[in-house]
Design a protein around this ligand. Sequence first.
Ligand SMILES: NC(=O)c1ccc[n+]([C@@H]2O[C@H](COP(=O)([O-])OP(=O)(O)OC[C@H]3O[C@@H](n4cnc5c(N)ncnc54)[C@H](O)[C@@H]3O)[C@@H](O)[C@H]2O)c1
Length: 375
Amino acid sequence: MTEPTGATTIPVGDDYDVVIGSGVLDRVGDLLGGDVERVLVVHPPTLPELTARVSTALEARGYAVHVAEVPDAEGAKTGAVAAELWGRLGRAGFTRTDSVVGVGGGTVTDLAGFVAASWLRGVRVVQVPTTLLGMVDAAVGGKTGINTTEGKNLVGAFHPPSGVLCDVDVLATLPRDDLVAGLAEVVKCGFIADPVILDLIESAVADDVDRARSAANPHLRELIERAVRVKAEVVAADLRESSLREILNYGHTFGHAIEQVEHYTWRHGEAVSVGMVYVAELARLTGHLTGPEGDALVSRHRSVLESLGLPTAYAGGRWDELLTAMRRDKKSRGSTLRFVVLDALASPTRLAGPDDTLLQAAYGLVSRRSGVPPH
Ligand SMILES: NC(=O)c1ccc[n+]([C@@H]2O[C@H](COP(=O)([O-])OP(=O)(O)OC[C@H]3O[C@@H](n4cnc5c(N)ncnc54)[C@H](O)[C@@H]3O)[C@@H](O)[C@H]2O)c1
């Protein structure tokens, strides 16, 4: 639904709305609702101006605003930082009807959501994602969490936000590589559910990603709205990842393995990009994608992702490490490896326990000769 103000509101079931627009940051107070008196604004050190705008808008609405700067990127998602924030909430007397607001990328929204989920067994959180990945993925859906020394996202909770506010203008300062990595999740939504996303990228975005980043460009906003709609529909039907939500993991099993093997030096979206080509090849090898149409769909994975500058191949000679990492992945059930594959465009299905020789053959089709850099 497009409002008279030009913002678009996408409901996530009956639970909450995602508001997407240009210049909408000052409306953050509209999403708090209820009897909120105190608000803790959590933000990274990189966004002082955006944080000040959010805080000022909240103060103007009469809220008692407390501001907490946390370390940047994954440095925010630790038990020590969460404990520090619990201390802030305790000292400021936050009650069950108060709220947390997360302003930042997926790391901040994951942390802010987790702190809100655990304070007094759950208080409101409003998410203000400032990266493309945050807008189309991390801030929508209610998965929150922090890392431990043993691994990423091992501690967390399902805690849907009270609202999500995406101001596309803030993306103008996002580093280009972060924008491109976020586009990988947008492309994923195109393959699993909304092919118009792919058409739009092929016709209007791929030729000039820098222009696409400009807030004045309507295509980026449409891509965000379409990707959020896909995620909203899936999570509204399945909050806890029991079945339908699994389709959002398209490309993620192999992608997570790359992230692990590379010790998280690859951006998530870059790893998922290769992961999507891997499962497209796996779908062909296992008979899910067949004939010239199947071949064309596999090629389209490579062409769309490469047109955005995303990687579609990985170094050769690392199969054993990748397979070990995939088996460890928490998305596999027991010892059976599970993948989401396509039967056709926008027709995802599950593939459980494919033959090891096919898994390795798919790797052969996405691996580069050793010695050639992966990007
Ligand atoms: N909960 C979920 O469902 C879910 C889904 C996907 C990813 N995640 C999590 O999201 C995290 C990754 O999120 P991310 O890619 O947004 O990374 P991030 O939060 O580390 O942000 C990337 C960098 O961009 C900076 N930044 C943020 N907004 C900016 C802006 N507007 N202008 C300039 N710089 C800006 C940040 O300070 C940071 O340095 C991971 O921890 C991942 O586990 C969670």
